[in-house]
Structure formats: C-alpha cells, structure tokens
Design a protein around this ligand. Structure first.
Ligand code: FDA
Length: 491
C-alpha cells in the first residue's frame, strides 16, 4: 500500500487527541490525525435519536446497543456508539471525529479538589484549579442551565422530582454544568430552532446545541490550516523503527466497515489518544505482532470510575412520574461524596422513552477500592479485562443504600424493569487508566521506554476521578502538552 511520511501523527480525535492537535497546530506543526470513525459533519449525515435509532446509532452492529430497550434492527454502519463486551463489564465508547464527545451526556464536572489530590498526589493542584480547569471549561464552552427555565420546563420534571426526592431522603443535591448550549435549549423549547436535546438526541449524536469537540478544540485546530483529519482510518498496529520513529499500519474503510485501502504512515512523533481501551488495544496488539516495546506498568491501575447504574420504580407515583417528555441533557446530581461510609456522587439521569414509565434512573460514580488490570489474549487478539464482582462490591453496597433510603422517604421499589435486580454493575461509560501518568509514562505522558511516543487520553487517569471524567482528561492533556511543547519535544 501507500506510504505517507508525516512529522507528527495523532491517533484518535477524542479529548486527548483534540487538545494535542490544537496546541501543536498553534505551535506551527503540521499534524495528521487518524480517526477510525466517521467525520459526520463532512459526511452530512444527520444523527438519529433515541426513539428512532438509525445510521449513527451503532458501530457496525445489527441491533441497537443502548444500555436497555434494544428492539431495533439495523443495517451495519460506522455509527457513533460502540460497546465492548467483556466477562463482567460492558464498556460503551464513542466513534467518529470528536470521539466520546459525540455520544456523551455533556456533563462537565470538575473533580473535588481533595479527591484530585488523592488520585494525583504529584500534580500541582493549585495550578490545575486556578489555571487548567478554568481554561478547559472555557475551551469546551461549559455553561449552566438557568434556574427559572429548569423550574418551568416540562422536560425537566425528572430533575425536579429527582431533586425533591433526594432532599426528602436527606441527600445533598447539586447543579451539574454541561457543554450543551442551554440558551439554544431555551430557544428549542420556544420552537424557534430545530430541536435536539428536546428531541431525544444524545447517545447517537446531537444535531444541534451540543458543543462537541468538532465545534470547539478540533474546529480551532482546523482553522490554523495545520491539521489534516483522516476519518475512517483505523490503525491496526504500530512498529518501532530503527531511527526511533514509528510506522503505523492503517486500514481505510467505507461506512459499511469494508476495507478499501491499506496505508502506512511513517512519523517521527506519535501521539496515542485512542481512548483508554483503544490505546491499550493498540499498544498490546503491536507488542503481540512485532514485539513493540511495552513497560510492565501498561495495563495496570485500570478502573470503571466507579460507574454503577441503578433505578427505581414507583408503584403508585406520588409525583405522577418523571414525565413523558424529558430532555436528554442531565443537569442534576446528588453529592454524597463526603459520607465516609457511603461515598458516592450520582447523576439524576433522563429516561426519555416518549412515555411516562414512572422510573427514575441514576448513574452512580463511586470510589474504586480495588483496581482492575487489562491484559491481552493472543489467540483472539483482543483485550481481557480482569474485573469481577469483587471490584464492584463497594459500588453495589452504595447503590443499595441509596435506593433503600430514597424508597423509604418517597416510596418505590428497585427497578427490575431496567436490569436484573435493578442493579447495573456491568455498565461502564468511563473506562480509565492502564497507562497511568507518572507510572507507565513520565510526568507529562511520554511513554517509558520510548523516545517519541506520548499517550494523552483517559488511560492516564488511574481508574477513578470521582466525577464524570472529560474535564479532567482535557485538563491533563493541556498540562502535558504545555510542558512537552516547552521542553521542545516536538521541535
Ligand atoms: P475518546 O474515547 O473520546 O476518543 C478516542 C477516539 O479514538 C475515538 O474517536 C475512537 O474512534 C478513536 N480510535 C480508537 N482506536 C482507534 C484506532 N485503532 N485507530 C483510529 N482511531 C481509533 N464523560 C463526562 O465527563 N461527562 C458525561 O456526561 C459523559 N457521558 C458519557 C456517556 C456515554 C454514553 C459514554 C460512552 C461516555 C460518557 N462520558 C462522559 C465519558 C467520556 O465521553 C470519555 O471519558 C471520553 O470521551 C474519553 O476521552 P478520550 O480522549 O480518552 O478518548
């Protein structure tokens, strides 16, 4: 196949890849970014909503893959949402130019400073809270819903009910910032613009309103004229060359997943930003294929960020349910983090199914007391996640405590309707770790044992950060890039 020479290649266009692209392009570097998913904006194909899953709803699958209620058959297409299934855990990831920012709930949460210090004792927390976090909130266009709109909008009944019930039960509630443009949402509600969050769009992409990375970091990087994004380019494996640069073995596909070309990219500098699972897959697969050098910390210190889903049903809803109309963008949370016995944070999640199901859905984020580990199965050429019920025991205990307390104060039962026993221990949206900052890499993300390879994505965070992770992933990528550039790593 074709051989392409490039000074810098980035693999993956999620948060880590987008930050790297912008900062290198601003510094005058020519950058090629390889993304296995589709460039949706360029393709001009609309995203589908929850009630009518279409092309964008799943990565090359015959059936939709929402966490529940998958009754839809599909023609395989390079959609935005993928699910990786392991023995005791299923991991959802975003695919496409923008990575996870295309499919996520947009919740833009800065971690608790005390927990950030515990997770990253070697980082300068003051600099993060005074500089990197404010910087990324600005770049990502983080904003907060107007309280009056929240109070009056029928699409936020689920949040109002959720918060009132939490307060009844003695929990502390909190407002959650988001990258969805709430001024746009207000105009949607008034029917002045096309509807998106109010039209059940979210995990298969938002056509309007959401400031995903293609509208923030990646757009800014494109505007420099220094960035070339090649979509539908999947890196299969990497080889270390004698000159200490890298050759990437890449397959270009069409939107049905068929291979249409094999290409090689030869680069001096490589940034691996394929997301936690993508980065681990690439490193370990390359090692299996050509002895790619790996240090012994790779795969260690992995976790699900304490993700645990649960739900409640009301037998006779005092509140009349959570509403048949629901915005897809969560704005409410419950903060129980400072409870020594049951520390958790939970999102009051929407369940927009077009009917009043009298079900409340929660995504808990807990501490990860016992970390997991990722390894590689040479026969199937796939990752293995060493993770089972023992890793999620504290999370289950917290979920039971939470539901019990909520039901006692408000009535209701555990939701068997959503998942077995109403407890979704195996649902993970936030895989983190396995290539941890300062362990598998140096203090700025340069992979140990390599001169020209940098890892900049969720795998740098040791399995837990206590809140939804993209603000932290973005801030750490900014911190690493600033230091790598000032140390002349890219000159
Ligand atoms: P990310 O996964 O974003 O990007 C990696 C990119 O690399 C992908 O586009 C992928 O296609 C590409 N890639 C992988 N392998 C490749 C290969 N071999 N060749 C070429 N390209 C390759 N977080 C949060 O803070 N708030 C929230 O509300 C939510 N909600 C949420 C909902 C759902 C449904 C999901 C699935 C996830 C969330 N998240 C979230 C999590 C958040 O989206 C996630 O943590 C980040 O997107 C991870 O960012 P990264 O930069 O690590 O990689």
């Amino acid at each position: 196949g074709e051989v392409i020479d490039a000074p810098v290649v980035i693999i993956g266009s999620g948060y880590g890849g987008a930050v790297s692209a912008l900062r290198l392009c601003e510094a005058g570097k020519k950058v090629i970014l390889l993304e296995m998913g589709l460039n949706w904006e360029k393709a001009g194909i609309p995203f589908s909503n929850l009630l009518k899953p279409g092309k964008s709803s799943a990565w090359l699958k015959k059936k939709s893959i929402a966490p529940f209620m998958n009754i839809f058959s599909l023609t395989p297409f390079t959609g935005t949402l993928d699910r990786l299934d392991f023995d005791h855990i299923n991991i959802w990831v975003g695919r496409g130019v923008g990575g996870g920012s295309l499919v996520n709930g947009g919740m833009a949460v800065t971690p608790k400073e005390s927990y950030f210090k515990e997770v990253f004792p070697d980082l300068d927390a003051e600099k993060f809270y005074n500089y990197y976090f404010p910087l990324v909130r600005k770049e990502l266009k983080v904003n907060v819903i107007d309280e009056q709109f929240l109070k009056e909008c029928p699409y936020y009944k689920f949040t109002r009910v959720g918060e009132a019930e939490a307060q009844n039960a003695g929990f502390k509630t909190m407002r959650v910032p988001n990258v969805y443009d709430f001024k746009y949402m207000e105009r949607e509600f008034r029917n002045e613009v096309p509807r998106s969050a109010l039209n059940t769009e979210v995990i298969y992409g938002n056509n309007y309103g959401k400031n995903s990375l293609d509208r923030t970091y990646l757009k800014k990087a494109m505007d420099t004229g220094n960035l070339e994004i090649l979509d539908l380019h999947r890196v299969d494996h990497i080889k270390l060359n004698d000159d200490k640069g890298y050759t990437l073995n890449v397959q270009q596909t069409d939107t049905s997943g068929n291979r249409i070309a094999d290409k090689s990219f030869r680069c001096k500098k490589l940034i691996l930003a394929a997301g936690t699972m993508g980065t681990l897959q690439l490193l370990m697969q390359s090692n299996a294929i050509n002895n790619f050098p790996l240090n012994e910390r790779i795969g260690k210190n992995w976790g699900n960020n304490g993700n645990f889903m649960t739900g409640r049903n009301w037998v006779r809803p005092l509140t009349g349910g959570t509403g048949s109309k629901q915005s897809t963008i969560p704005v409410g949370g419950i903060d129980n983090w400072d409870d020594d016995e049951h520390p958790f944070f939970t999102e009051i999640a929407p369940l927009p199914m077009g009917m009043d199901v009298a079900t409340a859905l929660y995504l808990l984020i807990n501490r990860v007391d016992k970390k997991g580990e990722v390894s590689f199965d040479h026969n199937s050429r796939s990752l293995k996640v060493n993770w089972d019920e023992s890793n999620t025991a504290n999370m289950k205990e917290n979920a039971r405590f939470f539901i019990r307390k909520m039901n006692k104060a408000n009535g209701g039962t555990r939701s068997h309707f959503l998942f077995h026993n109403g407890l979704g221990a195996d649902i993970c949206y936030h895989p983190l770790g396995g290539c941890v900052l300062g362990e598998a890499t140096n203090e700025y993300g340069k992979l140990k044992g390599h001169d020209n390879l940098y890892v900049l994505d969720g795998s740098l965070i040791p399995g837990t950060i206590g809140v939804n992770p993209f603000v932290t992933i973005t801030a750490i990528a900014e911190y690493c890039m600033e230091n790598l550039i000032s140390q002349n790593e890219f000159t």
